[in-house]
Design a protein around this ligand. Structure first.
Ligand SMILES: Nc1nc2c(ncn2[C@@H]2O[C@H](COP(=O)(O)OP(=O)(O)OP(=O)(O)O)[C@@H](O)[C@H]2O)c(=O)[nH]1
Length: 527
């Protein structure tokens, strides 16, 4: 009889338990209720409000926090992530820049798992919530746009790098954002330039749903008007937000009706709250009455939740994978391939034959400046006709991409890939797998370098201003010193005056010394 397998094998299987990965981004101007919405969405009090230092409390039994909130990216002119900093009036004039945080939770759906291996267990959603802080609070908010766009792009790059790796990481986590909710301030005036620009920028990497926040600010009529204004602005400025469209040929009658109803409601107008009533329902209490935020008569929150976690979850994931990511991937892989073909001059086909990229030809491209941040890969002129490309037309499953991509690319072991008899296709794959992660990493380093340079330039500017200020003070002191000397010489004042003058002279002198010491220490810190 075979001995029983060791118990740790079972444990490992448990650790690898998979659920539906799903990632959401909350963005929009500060104070529009993103944090409150995040708490309401998970029916818990997990996320503290700005300047609050409270720990998560009142967590729904359906939720398990797997990775507490952490800063994943930030950009600010003073080099400090503004998020989570206690309120400090002295820093009120500091621009907060932008901070991006991420929190991972497991949500029990109450449904049996779709995975046959775990059919006796509950299906879970591995939910990653990304929140943004500081948007709309800077004189120039373009750094927020750049940072958030860069974050989204990096998540695509990570998947692209993983897909092209020969040896896959079985624990790879897909952090691509499937849906972004853009919170519009309840101004009643339609979209602002910032809203348009921001939604346009991020819509390249994720599905965007505009949301009217704090909808209790409006009467019914005002809300309808505001909706119309927003819709006409979205149309006018060609903002590619997610639309609930129907296909009468493919969709069943139920889907058509549902999508039409949702399309009429767009943009969803929500009311959120931190307060619960005695029955455990989230409510907003006003002097004139109480609003239950899940009541569909007053707020679209309930409908939005069922769209996000029910009817359209898979749709958002599919669009991200099949449309947005595939476009990005094709563009990324083809841009440099085109460039290489044209850059190699007369012998373009020979260049294509010798294929492909290696670390050395990549390095030479970098040196000659042929690769820019939006162009990264030197491969043959056509996008690789790997099984991956072919399979991209298939409807993706809800499994994570490491699993999906296992099917897409044939597995190669290291020895095989290193042999001299490999087919051109294999050789190309090997070269891609060698180069893509390298190029992407390099791009990230370049982006980080640029960010550091920007910060350095900013602090050099501030330092320069301080030096000028100190020099001005030193000059003033010198003038005063001169004046005092003159007064002493003229002997116009009595001894009391002159002694007090010399006291203040000594004080000034000490101050001046301090000033010079300040200057010297700044200069040495800088060096
Ligand atoms: N009237 C009203 N107030 C709301 C609503 N939702 C949230 N608030 C309040 O708005 C304020 C800001 O809400 P937050 O959720 O902290 O807003 P935020 O967008 O996360 O703000 P930042 O962290 O600064 O980006 C809080 O006082 C909330 O209680 C709403 O639907 N209606």
């Amino acid at each position: 009889m075979n001995p029983a397998p060791p118990s740790h094998l079972f444990r490992k299987k448990k650790e690898h338990r998979r659920g539906i990965t799903y990632s959401m981004l909350l963005c929009g101007p500060s104070g529009t209720g993103k944090t409150t919405f995040a708490n309401n969405l998970l029916e818990s009090s997990i996320f503290p409000h700005r300047y609050e230092q409270t720990e998560a409390y009142d967590i729904s039994p359906k939720i398990r926090i797997t990775s507490p909130t952490k800063v994943v990216s930030f950009n600010s002119s003073n080099g400090i992530p503004s998020y989570m900093a206690p309120f400090d009036p002295a820093r009120a004039k500091w621009e907060p820049g932008v901070t991006i945080t991420s929190t991972a939770v497991e949500i029990g759906t109450g449904q049996p798992s779709a995975d046959a291996e775990y059919e006796d267990e509950e299906e879970i959603i591995l939910f990653n919530l990304v929140n943004t802080h500081g948007i709309g609070e800077n004189i120039d908010d373009s750094l927020c746009f750049d940072e958030v766009t860069l974050y989204l792009e990096q998540q695509f790059d990570t998947v692209l790098a993983e897909e092209t790796r020969i040896k896959r990481n079985p624990r790879f986590e897909d952090t691509r954002v499937h849906i972004a909710l853009y919170f519009i301030e309840p101004t009643g005036h339609g979209l602002r330039e910032m809203d348009v620009e921001f939604m346009k920028r991020i819509s390249r990497y994720t599905n965007v749903l505009p949301i009217i926040s704090r909808a209790d600010s409006f009467t019914k009529e005002e809300l309808n008007e505001f909706r119309q204004k927003i819709n006409s602005d979205l149309e006018k400025y060609h903002v590619p937000v997610y639309k609930f469209e129907v296909d009468p040929e493919d969709d069943d009658i139920e889907t058509i009706e549902e999508n039409q109803a949702l399309a009429n409601l767009q943009p969803f107008a929500i009311i959120c709250s931190d307060t619960k009533d005695e029955e455990g329902r989230y409510v907003r209490e006003y002097p004139w009455g109480t609003v239950i935020i899940n009541d569909s008569k007053t707020s679209d929150l309930h409908i939005l939740k069922s769209v996000l976690f029910g009817s359209h979850l898979q749709e958002f994931k599919d669009t991200t994978q099949n449309l947005l990511y595939e476009n990005y991937r094709a563009e990324k892989l083809s841009t440099v391939s085109e460039q290489e073909a044209s850059g190699s001059g007369t012998n373009a086909s020979a260049a294509r034959q010798s294929a492909a990229p290696s670390l050395s030809n990549f390095a030479s491209l970098i040196r000659t400046g042929q690769i820019k941040s939006s162009q990264s890969l030197a491969i043959g002129s056509e996008a690789p006709s790997t099984p991956e490309t072919k399979s991209s037309a298939r409807k993706p499953s809800s499994r994570n991409p490491s699993q999906d991509s296992d099917e897409k690319l044939p597995r190669q072991d290291a020895n095989e890939s290193g042999s001299g008899s490999e087919s051109p296709e294999r050789s190309k794959l090997r070269n891609i797998s060698e180069t893509v992660p390298y190029v992407l990493r390099h791009e990230r380093i370049l982006a980080r370098q640029q960010k550091l340079e920007k910060l350095e330039a900013q602090s050099a500017k501030e330092l320069q201003m301080r030096i000028q200020e100190l020099e001005r003070k030193a000059h003033d002191l010198k003038q005063r010193e001169k004046l005092l000397r003159q007064q002493q010489l003229e002997g116009s004042n009595l001894s009391f005056d002159s002694s007090s003058a010399s006291v203040s002279y000594v004080q000034n002198h000490i101050k001046k010394e301090d000033t010079y010491t300040d200057l010297a220490s700044i200069a040495s810190n800088r060096n």
